[in-house]
Design a protein around this ligand. Structure first.
Ligand code: NCD
Length: 310
């Protein structure tokens, strides 16, 4: 088992092979047990290092989680929220990168509405770049925290049957999860209306179904995705009601699941649309747990990328 990641950056799930992904999950578990029951939830590991959180797009969980992760590792943290900038995206990203470079950022966590923005950024700066969500492309730390949650709840990832349901077309969470879960040996089934599946889905390592009821009885995990109205410039389904009736997870549908199957959602969720309120709040739901696990997993990522010798 290696003790460092192969890559300097974490830009997409494919940056992690099985050893890398397992190392992140094991490190997160170690960090979690090291901090459990402690009054002061802080490790000195990244003292003197600077982490910049660069968010060009809205975020609640991911931004707060990265901030907390860096602070719990004793790094100096700068939060840069770029919303409202009038400069064109490419220019503003490069200018910002050069500023960060001048300030000596060791790690840059970036969220951007343009797919590929973290990859561009990585070519301009000396520090490590972590993709916190780029357009409809990838969100690798979300996939890591989801895998961590599944492993914790079910005790394994190999052979676990995961059903990912909803707006796959616009979902960076789905893309990163499909790739990472495949690396970790899980079996993924995607369920969505045909209009919300990307072109080229045939080359993904997944099974596709249009019938949620048919796949639920054999699922170990059901992961619900939000319908990303803000990324839609056309109508992808007849109505919210119709969508919800066919692809939403309500209590009746949940009853089709095996006894120990779990329900996941990356948040933010739209209660009553892709997931019913009673399902979201049920004992099967790991939604709040996922958020907590996100901090441990992001601590592991920052530690493994920035923790080496300066
Ligand atoms: C997701 C995102 O921003 O990609 N949320 C998250 O990071 N937890 C999913 C979404 O916006 O629906």
């Amino acid at each position: 088992m290696p003790d460092a990641l192969r890559h300097k950056h974490l830009l997409e799930a494919a940056d992690l092979d099985l050893d890398d992904a397992t190392l992140v999950l094991d490190t997160a578990a170690q960090i979690e047990s090291a901090l459990a029951g402690r009054e002061v939830k802080k490790l000195p590991t990244l003292r003197g290092r600077t982490v910049v959180n660069l968010f060009f797009e809205d975020s609640t969980r991911t931004r707060i989680s990265f901030e907390l992760a860096a602070k719990r590792l004793s790094a100096d943290v700068i939060n840069f929220s770029a919303k409202g900038s009038s400069v064109s995206k490419g220019e503003s990203l490069k200018d910002t990168a050069l500023t960060l470079e001048a300030m000596g950022a060791d790690g840059i966590v970036v969220r951007h509405s343009a797919s590929g923005a973290p990859h561009r950024l990585a070519t301009w700066v000396a520090g490590s770049v972590v993709n916190a969500g780029d357009g409809t492309h990838e969100h690798p730390t979300q996939a890591l925290l989801d895998a961590f949650t599944i492993r914790k709840r079910l005790g394994r990832l190999e052979g676990v049957r995961v059903v990912i349901t909803g707006d796959v077309l616009h979902s960076r969470v789905a893309r990163s999860n499909v790739r990472l879960l495949h690396t970790l040996g899980a079996e993924v089934t995607l369920v969505a209306p045909p209009t919300l599946l990307p072109v080229g889905i045939g080359s993904w390592p997944v099974t596709v179904s249009y019938d949620l009821d048919a796949v639920l009885p054999t699922a170990d995990v059901v992961m619900m995705l939000r319908v990303q109205a803000e990324r839609m410039n056309a109508s992808f389904f007849p109505s919210a009601r119709e969508y919800s009736r066919r692809y939403g997870l309500d209590a009746d549908r949940m009853a089709r699941l095996a006894d120990d199957a779990i329900v996941m959602h990356p948040g933010p969720m739209v209660r009553g649309m892709e997931i019913a309120a009673d399902v979201a709040d049920s004992a099967r739901s790991t939604i709040v747990e996922q958020v907590g696990n996100g901090v441990s997993v992001r601590m592991a990522v920052l530690y493994l990328l920035l923790g080496g010798n300066a």
